[in-house]
Design a protein around this ligand. Structure first.
Ligand code: MN
Length: 249
């Protein structure tokens, strides 16, 4: 098995290192990751600047490739010819912080995996519901186990497997649907030393939907959440509704 490993937190993330080390036990790996943190950049791609890619040692001395572009650029560049051959799988993560429910539309971690599937390579995204200094080992170990299962069961690129691992003792694995994230975004207005206002978008940690079967509830209850997601955003119920609007010209 040959696996492309990437992330959105940047090549020096401890989550990427843990993921690479766990996957090394079951696969040949290559890392192509962004040089800086692109969290919440979703599927951004660079259209108007050249891209650079350079070898760089990871914290354990193994070689990785660092790319000047976004997570999506990393995967596209790797699959369009930088890699000597096509990988069997793209694994993105381990992200620092959960990507649950609506988070997947912001997530660079999930977008990097999706970029793989758009190019025909099956993909997995893995996130830890934790912070930078937490232990990424259990999430990385589960990712390696899932990678083996994905190849064995012939995972197809019609789906991205989105995994979220709790940062508490793990009680099991739950196959879930996306829940709803309740963001507490707020606008903070401050003034710079010249008196001009600047704005900071953000807020506290989002809350999750506790309905049974959701990824948000699973992680809150101590389960590793495994959600198959796809990116047909069509609202099928509204196809009929819009027909009633009689918009013909
Ligand atoms: Mn991130």
């Amino acid at each position: 098995m040959y696996v492309l490993v990437t992330n959105d937190d940047g090549v020096q993330s401890p989550g990427l290192l843990a993921l690479r080390q766990a996957l090394d036990a079951v696969a040949e790996t290559v890392v192509v990751a962004p040089e800086r943190n692109w969290s919440a950049a979703s599927a951004a791609r660079t259209l108007f600047d050249p891209l650079r890619i350079d070898p760089v040692p990871m914290a354990d001395g193994r070689e990785a490739f660092v790319c000047s572009g976004t997570p999506g650029d990393c995967v596209a560049l790797a699959l369009l010819g930088f890699l000597p051959r096509r990988p069997d799988l793209v694994v993105s993560g381990v992200n620092i912080g959960a990507n649950l429910g609506n988070d997947v539309s912001y997530s660079g971690t999930v977008a990097a995996a999706r970029e793989g599937t758009m190019m025909g390579v099956p993909a997995i995204a893995v996130s830890l519901d934790g912070r930078r200094h937490d232990d990424f080992g259990p999430a990385a170990a589960f990712a390696a186990k899932l990678a083996v299962a994905a190849v064995e069961h012939r995972l197809t690129p019609e789906v991205v497997i989105n995994v979220n691992v709790p940062n508490t003792p793990i009680r099991g694995v739950a196959i879930t649907r996306l829940g709803r994230r309740v963001y507490r975004d707020e606008l903070v207005i401050r003034h710079d030393p010249r008196g001009r206002p600047y704005y900071w978008l953000g807020g506290g940690e989002p809350e999750g939907d506790m309905r049974e079967g959701t990824d948000t509830a699973a992680v809150a209850n101590g389960y590793i959440s495994v959600t198959p997601v796809h990116f047909d955003l069509t609202n099928h119920r509204w196809l009929d509704q819009l027909q009633q609007w009689r918009l013909d010209v």
